[in-house]
Design a protein around this ligand. Structure first.
Ligand code: ADP
Ligand code: MG
Length: 884
C-alpha cells in the first residue's frame, strides 16, 4: 500500500457518510465505492490507479477549477461531499503532502451562491427526541403525538439559528414549513412519520447529551448558561440546538461567527398548520406543476430583494396569533400603501440592494470575493446614506411600527469606511485576479505596483541603451517562462557582444544573454509580484475580519431592510390587485364581503380562459360565527367553484394573520388559532397509503385537534369509499363538529352528496349554500356565485359532456344515471327490477375487436418509422370514426 493510499483510507474512515473529494494536484479524486458512485451520478469516466503492489483501486476525478458544478449536482441529489485539501504546497514539501478535510458540503450547509436558491432559506434541522419516552420497541421516539420534542434549525448562509420545544405531533408540519434540506438525528433514531429519510443525517448521539449540548452552546455564544437564550427548562430544545451547532462546527471548520444569536421559538405564538394543510393551501407551490408561480407566495412576492423574499416566505409559513403584532405589520403595509411616490422610491433603492445576509455569511466563512465586499459596501450605503432607505421611512407622519423600523435601519459607517478605504471600487473577481486593494491605502503596495507597471517603459529604455552601447541595431529584450528576461542578438552581430553578457540559450539564428542588471531587475519584478499578492491577501483578510466582527450589527440591519421590503411588496400587491386591510377583532366571526381567491384570480386575469369560463373572478361573501352559522355545507356541481371558495376563505384568514392585506372588499376577522384542511382525494402513492386511509387520517387529526377558534375546511369527505359509507362518515363528522363544544370549529364543508343538505333541518348552526348554475338550453353555465340553499342536482354528466367525452358515452351515462336515481329515490336498491335491465348486467360499451386485433398483430420491430406513423394515423382515424 502506498503512503498516499494509507493517508486516504485514514481520512475516509473519519467521513464514512460523505463522498471524499481528495485533492491530488489539479484534480479532486474519488476512490473505491465513492468513485463508482461519482462516475455514475456525474457521468464521468471510471478508471483505476495503482496504489501499491498488486493493488489497483477504482478512481474518478474532477478538475479542481470546475468543482462547483459537480458539487452542486451531487448536493442536489442529497449527497454529502468532504473536501480534502492539500495543506502545504506540494512543490515545496518533501515526502507526503499533508491533507485535511476543510469542509463537508451537505444539502443543509451549502454556502456557494450557485448551490442556493437566493429567494429561499436553506434550513438544516435537528430534532431531539422527547426526554422521557416510554417506548423501546424500535418505533420512532416521535411517535407519541403529545410528547414534547426539541426542534432547532439554522440557515448557515444567513446566520439564522432558532430552537424551541414542540409537540411531536406538530413536527411533520414544522418540517414541511421549513422545507428542511437536511435533518439531523441521533444515530439509530428513526425520523417522525412521513419524513423523507433521504435528507436524514445520523450523528453521534453524544452530541445530544444535556451537558455536551449545553457546553457547545455556551462555548459558541460565550454565555454562562443556556438560560440566556430563553430556553430555561427546555432541555430538549437545548439538546437539539447544541447537537446542531456541533454538527455545523464539525462540517464547516471555518468560522460560524455570523451565528450571533439563538432565537427561542415558541410555537404557541403562531398559527399551527399541519403538513397536509400547508400543501393543500398551496402556499409555496401550486397548480398542476406545483410551481412557485401558481402559489400564494408566487402571487404575493413582489419583493425586490432576496432577503425580503425569504422573509415573506417565512411569514406566510408562520401566521401570527397576537393581534397587536399583526396590526403593527398591517400598519407598516398601510403606510407604504398610502403613497405611490414613497413606494416607488423605496422600490428603486431596494432593487439595487444586494443580499446583505448572505454576503455577511460568505465573508465570515471565508468564501467571499473582493467584489462581494464592494457589493456589501454599496448595500450599506443605500440603506443609510442621505436620501437612502432610512430617509424614506423617517418621515413625520409615520406610525409607530414604521418609526421603530426606521430606527433599526442603522448606518454601519465603520464597516462602510473599512471597506471603502481598503478595497478598490472595481476589484478583480477573485483575490488571484488582483487589483483588490485601493491605491493610496498602502504605501508599500503602491510603490510595488509602480515597479510592475513601469516594466514596459523600463525595458524599452534598457533596450535603447544597450543598442547604443553595443552598436547592435537588431538587439532586443524579450521574456520567456523558462529563462526569464533575456537580450537576444542575431548571429551576424555576435562579435559585438560585450563581455558582461552571459549566454543563456543558443538559437538557430542567434544567442540569448542576460546581464547582471537585467537579472537584478527580474528579481525585483518577480518579488514585487509576490509581495503584491501577499499584501492584497493580508488586507483583504483584515477587512473580512472587520466585517465578521460587525456581523451582528450588519445582520440586524439586513433584517430591517427585509422587513421594509416585505411591507413595500405587500403594499404593492394590495395596490395592484385591489386588496383591503383586514379588520381584526377578538370576536369569533369571519365576515368577508366580496372575497376572492388570490391565486385563481391572477390565473384567470392572466391566462387565456377556456371557452365558457368567465375571465374575471366572481367575488363571494362569507359569514361564519360560532354561535350562528358555524358550519356551512356547500353543494353544487363539479367545476362550480366549491374548492376555490373554501380555499379562498382559508387564504384570506391566513394572509391577514401573516400581516397582509386581503383580496376582499372588506374582511372582519376574529383571530383563528389553526386552519385545518382536508382537500380533494389525492393518491399518496409514495407513502403506500390508500387514498381513503389518508383521507381518514387527516379527518381524524382534525376531529382530535380542532378548537372553537379553529377554521376547518372539508372538501369532499368520504369520496374514497362506497357512496353509503362515504355519506355516513360525512354526516357523522358534521354532527360531531356541531355537537361537541370542545371541537366546535367554524367549518366550511363542500360535498357532492346533496343528500347532506337535509342536515340543516336537524342541526341549528348548519347552513346550506350552493354554487349557482344557470341552465341555458340544456347547457350548464357556471356562475361561481355562492347562494343560500342546497343544490338538488348533480351536473357530473354535463361536465363530462363539456369535457368532450364521446357522445355515446355521455348518452349511456344519462341512461345509467336515470336508472340509479330511480333506485335511490324508490325503495332500497332492488337486485332485479321487473322489466328493467339488471344493473349488474348493463352491457359494456361496444368493444372494438378489429382495432385491437390489428394493434396486437403489428410487427413493431420490423416496421419502418414512416410506416409506423402512417399506421398510427390510420388507427386513430378509425378509432375516432367508431367512437362517434
Ligand atoms: P369544484 O370544487 O366545485 O369542482 P373548483 O373550485 O375546482 O370547482 O373550480 C373549478 C374552476 O372554476 C376553477 O379552476 C376556476 O377556474 C373556476 N372558478 C372557481 N371559482 C371561481 C370564481 N369565484 N370566479 C371565477 N371562476 C371561478
Ligand atoms: Mg372541488
Amino acid at each position: 500500500m502506498t503512503p498516499i493510499r494509507r493517508q486516504y483510507l485514514e481520512i475516509k474512515r473519519r467521513y464514512p457518510h460523505a463522498i471524499v473529494f481528495f485533492r491530488l494536484g489539479d484534480f479532486y479524486e474519488t476512490f473505491d465505492d465513492d468513485a463508482k458512485l461519482v462516475a455514475r451520478e456525474l457521468e464521468i469516466t471510471l478508471t483505476s490507479k495503482p496504489m501499491g503492489r498488486g493493488e489497483r483501486v477504482p478512481l474518478a476525478g474532477v478538475p479542481y477549477h470546475a468543482v462547483e458544478g459537480y458539487l452542486s449536482r451531487l448536493i442536489a441529489k442529497g449527497y454529502k461531499v468532504a473536501l480534502c485539501e492539500q495543506m502545504s504546497d506540494p512543490a515545496a514539501s518533501k515526502g507526503l503532502v499533508d491533507r485535511q478535510v476543510v469542509r463537508v458540503v451537505t444539502p443543509g450547509t451549502v454556502l456557494e451562491p450557485d448551490l442556493l436558491d437566493e429567494r429561499a432559506n436553506n434550513y438544516i434541522v435537528a430534532l431531539a427526541p422527547a426526554l422521557r419516552r416510554a417506548r423501546h420497541d424500535g418505533s420512532s421516539p416521535f411517535a407519541d403525538p403529545q410528547a414534547t420534542a426539541g426542534l432547532a434549525y439554522a440557515d448557515v448562509s444567513t446566520g439564522e439559528f432558532v430552537a424551541g420545544e414542540i409537540a411531536a405531533g406538530a413536527l411533520a408540519g414544522e418540517l414541511t414549513r421549513l422545507r428542511a434540506a437536511e435533518l439531523l438525528l441521533p444515530e439509530g433514531v428513526a425520523p417522525p412519520d412521513g419524513v423523507d429519510d433521504t435528507t436524514v443525517t445520523p450523528a453521534p448521539a453524544d452530541w445530544w447529551l444535556a451537558e455536551v449540548a449545553e457546553a457547545a452552546l455556551r462555548g459558541h455564544f460565550a454565555v454562562a448558561s443556556s438560560e440566556a437564550f430563553g430556553l430555561a427548562g427546555q432541555a430538549s430544545a437545548v439538546s437539539a440546538a447544541g447537537a446542531l451547532l456541533q454538527y455545523l462546527r464539525e462540517n464547516q471548520r471555518a468560522s460560524l461567527q455570523h451565528i450571533t444569536r439563538l432565537v427561542s421559538y415558541r410555537p404557541e405564538g403562531f398559527m399551527l398548520l399541519d403538513a397536509a394543510t400547508r400543501r393543500n393551501l398551496e402556499l409555496f407551490a401550486g397548480g398542476r406543476q406545483a410551481s412557485r408561480r401558481h402559489s400564494l407566495l408566487g402571487v404575493l412576492d413582489l419583493t425586490e430583494t432576496a432577503m425580503g423574499a425569504r422573509l415573506l416566505a417565512r411569514r406566510l409559513g408562520q401566521p401570527l396569533l397576537a393581534r397587536a403584532a399583526i396590526e403593527s405589520r398591517l400598519d407598516q403595509v398601510q403606510y407604504v400603501h398610502g403613497s405611490a411616490v414613497r413606494r416607488g422610491r423605496a422600490q428603486e433603492l431596494l432593487d439595487q440592494m444586494p443580499d446583505i445576509e448572505r454576503l455577511v455569511g460568505r465573508t465570515v466563512t471565508g468564501l467571499a470575493s473582493p467584489r462581494d465586499l464592494v457589493g456589501l459596501r454599496r448595500g450599506l450605503e443605500l440603506a443609510s446614506a442621505s436620501g437612502g432607505l432610512r430617509a424614506i421611512v423617517a418621515e413625520s407622519d409615520a406610525p409607530a411600527a414604521i418609526e421603530e423600523l426606521a430606527s433599526r435601519l442603522r448606518p454601519c459607517d465603520d464597516v462602510v469606511a473599512a471597506i471603502a478605504q481598503a478595497i478598490a471600487d472595481d476589484p478583480g473577481a477573485t483575490l488571484e485576479h488582483g487589483n483588490v486593494v485601493r491605491a493610496g491605502f498602502s504605501q508599500e503596495l503602491d510603490s510595488l505596483r509602480t515597479i510592475t507597471r513601469d516594466t514596459k517603459r523600463y525595458l524599452a529604455e534598457l533596450e535603447t541603451a544597450e543598442r547604443a552601447r553595443t552598436g547592435i541595431k537588431s538587439l532586443r529584450i524579450g521574456y520567456n517562462r523558462v529563462f526569464g528576461y533575456y537580450i537576444e542578438v542575431s548571429k551576424s552581430n555576435l562579435e559585438a557582444v560585450p563581455n558582461d553578457y552571459e549566454r543563456r540559450q543558443t538559437l538557430v539564428g542567434g544567442e540569448r544573454y542576460v546581464t547582471p542588471q537585467l537579472k537584478e531587475y527580474e528579481t525585483r519584478i518577480l518579488t514585487a509580484g509576490e509581495r503584491i499578492a501577499e499584501i492584497e491577501a493580508q488586507v483583504f483578510r483584515q477587512v473580512c475580519g472587520q466585517v465578521a466582527a460587525a456581523s451582528g450589527q450588519l445582520l440586524a440591519l439586513a433584517a430591517a431592510i427585509a422587513e421594509l421590503d416585505v411591507a413595500v411588496a405587500l403594499a404593492e400587491t394590495a395596490a395592484r390587485y385591489g386588496y383591503a386591510r383586514p379588520e381584526l377583532d377578538d370576536g369569533d366571526a369571519i365576515d368577508i364581503r366580496d372575497g376572492r381567491h388570490a391565486v385563481v384570480e391572477r390565473t384567470l386575469a392572466e391566462g387565456t380562459p377556456a371557452a365558457g369560463v368567465p375571465s374575471a373572478f366572481v367575488p363571494n361573501d362569507t359569514a361564519l360565527s360560532n354561535g350562528e352559522a358555524q358550519i356551512a355545507i356547500i353543494t353544487g356541481p363539479n367545476m362550480a367553484g366549491k374548492s376555490t371558495y373554501l380555499r379562498q376563505v382559508a387564504l384570506i384568514v391566513l394572509m391577514a394573520q401573516a400581516g397582509s392585506f386581503v383580496p376582499a372588499a372588506r374582511a372582519r376577522l376574529g383571530i383563528v388559532d389553526r386552519i385545518f384542511t382536508r382537500v380533494g382525494a389525492q393518491d399518496d402513492l409514495a407513502s403506500g397509503q390508500s387514498t381513503f386511509l389518508v383521507e381518514m387520517l387527516e379527518t381524524a387529526n382534525i376531529l382530535h385537534n380542532a378548537t372553537p377558534r379553529s377554521l376547518v375546511i372539508l372538501d369532499e369527505i368520504g369520496r374514497g369509499t362506497s357512496t353509503y359509507d362515504g355519506m355516513a362518515i360525512a354526516r357523522a363528522v358534521v354532527e360531531y363538529l356541531h355537537n361537541r363544544p370542545e371541537v366546535a370549529a367554524k367549518t366550511l364543508f363542500a360535498t357532492h352528496y346533496h343528500e347532506l343538505v337535509e342536515l340543516a333541518n336537524h342541526l341549528p348552526r348548519v347552513r346550506n349554500e350552493n354554487v349557482a348554475v344557470a341552465d341555458e338550453d340544456g347547457r350548464v353555465v357556471f356562475l361561481h356565485k355562492i347562494v343560500p340553499g342546497g343544490a338538488d342536482k348533480s351536473y357530473g354528466v354535463h361536465v363530462a359532456e363539456l369535457a368532450g367525452l364521446p357522445k355515446p358515452v355521455v348518452q349511456r351515462a344519462r341512461e345509467v344515471l336515470a336508472e340509479l336515481e330511480q333506485r335511490v329515490d324508490g325503495h332500497l336498491p332492488a337486485r332485479r327490477r321487473p322489466g328493467g335491465v339488471p344493473l349488474e348486467q348493463l352491457p359494456l360499451l361496444p368493444a372494438r375487436p378489429g382495432l385491437l386485433d390489428e394493434l396486437a398483430a403489428l410487427d413493431v420491430d420490423g416496421i419502418t418509422p414512416l410506416d409506423a406513423l402512417t399506421k398510427l394515423y390510420e388507427l386513430r382515424e378509425r378509432a375516432r370514426g367508431e367512437g362517434r
